[in-house]
Design a binder for this molecule. Sequence first.
Ligand code: ZN
Length: 336
Amino acid sequence: MPLVAMRQVLDEAAKGGYGVGAFNVNNMEQIQAIMEAARATKSPVIIQASRGARAYSQDRFLVHLMLAAVELYPEIPVVMHLDHGNSVATCKSAIEQGFTSVMMDGSLTEDGKTPSTFEYNVKVTREVVELAHAKGVTVEGEIGTLGGVEDGHGAGVSGLAHVTDPDQAVEFVKQTGLDALAIAIGTSHGAYKFTSKPTGETLKMNVLIEIHKRLPNVHLVMHGSSSVPKELQDVINQYGGKLKPTWGVPVEEIQLGIKNGVRKINVDTDNRLAMTGAIRKVFAESPEKFDPRDYNKPAREAMQKVVAQRMTQFGQAGHAGDYQPIALSEMAKRYR
Ligand SMILES: [Zn+2]
């Protein structure tokens, strides 16, 4: 199966009433972990790379690893998505590299740190929609500002500083014509999302539900949605790590989101925690070992386990074989 457009995967998810996890990658082991989890659970997958990941892997390494994934797992629909593009030029270069979906995050200016204006956001997102849709590539935009910083991207504000305004969300979708909309409802990037288990005061699921009511046909995206489970934190700290106590987004809140229009759920921190914990364990228990495979293999297995669990919890498990891929050229025609 060739790489598929994210629009098709999300349209199918909407039909089936499930969500699809979008997992970040930087290297081969992470891509393998996702693909093995997808095969085991028969799930369609969204694999995403941030600007930081593209720089780390010089782009081409990542692109060829993705092509290997498609070749080795022909039964799995795979989306290759750019996470948090900071400019029209970044999105354009991703499309040229072969990404089948891009995020234009115009909620921040090009420095990836400063909250922008609504007008700026509409302008850059609209521009990306025009050039992406001409090639059948999907576009995700963001309105409101997520909390925290990850990979050097983010305003570093509290998750509640710029919660999405539902009226603005409606206007933004109308003016840009995008495919998927990331909204800010109190979540943050990174490991430190909440200082205690989130409540309706800190995680605004009511805002999400309101936006879905107004935009029932728009695919919503939850960013910063790792659950940061205590058991993954514990493994790291048990073997010499120093994580401070922290809380993520509970899976049951994500499942409530999925019932209310959420089709894409971004997860990165949970996988980072799982891999790091597994590596620390090997180092602590077998200090005589020095073959990278001795720790990369358990790290890969630990990530695979988390990803498979999320795929089952989000409901995408069992849906890999539901549909045939639509060619990007055909997607482009449909946008016209
Ligand atoms: Zn994000």
